[in-house]
Design a protein around this ligand. Structure first.
Ligand SMILES: O=C(O)CCC(=O)N[C@@H](C(=O)O)c1ccccc1
Length: 368
């Protein structure tokens, strides 16, 4: 495989409605796309970094800079024979996992398109459609939340995830349980908003039979999560804390999580995501695929990953219409609460040129 260069493309995708989390509100998704061009094919990677360093230390402009000034030159120098050589070539550069993930995914997509193999086949998918959950932001009122949840359940979503933060946690969970019953698969995501001193308060969620509480404490407080897991009954799931297969193994060994949210962008790519899946499966730890408001490109890869055997919980692999009026690819449309795993070569989807042009705000080409 001969890489001739990479395109860094920034696009701006307005959200259908503001998405509020414990660390801020997103009204438009500023996305960095990487297009890797080889002699045989081109491939796409979506960088999941947000516009600002609020979910993680990475952010769009920093990712673009480290790709332009460090990652792409390092990859060019390494002359990778295949996508499996990308991570080793980039390893000397510390961190920047979301930027690395976008580059590796673009190279993997190009390689698979050239060989006519799908992401699902490459990663080890065992099903051709996956059940989908939906993430519900922090709302202005309980009635507004109940209307939103009612809508998503009517659309057929298999699982509801509620964003929570201090002051918006037990009451919204109670209200959803009282309105929709105990059968609805329900979980909460705190995005690091609590501290161990909140343990007794968080135990107040135990009566509601949640599937999990996601990342209640700071991403670096793995031991704190182990302590918390002994103080509450709701299973603890980690997101931001899990950055690699090694960190997943350590967190599991410390008793810091009973479930893992795998986000390929957060962990450096889909190949490391598969390794995390394998480590978790070896420990009997269920996993699910997290989301970062991806366009159809990242969504296609996430749906393929969610088809692996250890992904036994519905992920945040929602339909394109959850966030966007018009996706840059063929939209992902929910079918009886499921999305189909793309079967075409590589990601199995490609951006519509006209739609891509409409949302593009900047394009850079870096020769290799
Ligand atoms: O459906 C989606 O893609 C979003 C799922 C979701 O809630 N992502 C959260 C998260 O912390 O997991 C998030 C939202 C916005 C920005 C970063 C992360």
């Amino acid at each position: 495989m001969k890489l001739t260069g990479c395109e860094l493309r920034r696009i701006s995708m307005p959200l259908l409605s503001p998405f509020r989390t414990s660390f801020g509100t997103v009204t438009s998704r500023e996305v960095l796309l990487v297009r890797a061009v080889t002699e045989d094919a081109e491939g796409w990677g979506e960088c999941v970094a947000m516009s600002g360093p609020l979910y993680s230390s990475e952010y769009t402009e920093a990712a673009a800079g480290v790709l332009r000034d460090h990652l792409i030159p390092a990859l060019a120098a390494a002359v990778p024979g295949s996508a499996t050589a990308v991570a080793p070539a980039l390893a000397p550069i510390k961190g920047h996992r979301m930027a690395k993930a976008a580059l590796e995914t673009a190279v993997l997509d190009a390689e698979l398109r050239a060989e006519g193999r799908s992401f699902g086949r490459e990663l080890g998918a065992v099903v051709d459609r996956v059940p989908c959950g939906v993430s519900v932001g922090i709302m202005d009122s309980i009635p507004a939340l109940l209307d939103a949840v009612d809508g998503y359940l009517s659309e057929g979503y298999a699982r509801i995830k509620l964003k929570i933060e201090p002051g918006w946690d037990i009451e919204p969970v109670r209200a959803v349980r009282e309105r929709f019953g105990d059968q609805v698969l329900l979980q909460a995501d705190a995005n690091t908003a609590y501290s161990l001193s909140d343990a007794r308060h968080l135990a107040g969620l135990d009566p509601f039979g949640l599937l999990l509480i996601e990342q209640p404490l700071d991403e670096e407080d793995v031991l704190g999560h182990a302590d918390l897991a002994r103080l509450i009954r709701t299973p603890v799931c980690l997101d931001e804390s899990i950055t690699s297969a090694a960190s997943a193994a350590a967190a599991i060994r410390l008793g810091a999580c009973q479930i893992v949210n795998i986000k390929p962008g957060r962990v450096g790519g889909y190949l490391e995501a598969r390794r995390i899946h394998d480590v978790c499966a070896a420990h009997g730890v269920p996993v699910w695929c997290g989301g970062m408001l991806e366009t159809g490109l990242g969504r296609a890869a996430n749906v393929a990953l969610a088809a692996l055997p250890g992904f036994t919980l519905p992920g945040d692999t929602s339909a394109s219409g959850r966030y966007y009026a018009a996706d840059i690819t063929e939209p992902f449309v929910l079918d009886q609460g499921h999305l189909s795993v793309p079967t075409g070569p590589g990601l199995g989807v490609t951006p519509d040129p006209d739609r891509l042009a409409e949302v593009t705000t900047r394009v850079e080409w870096i020769s290799m």
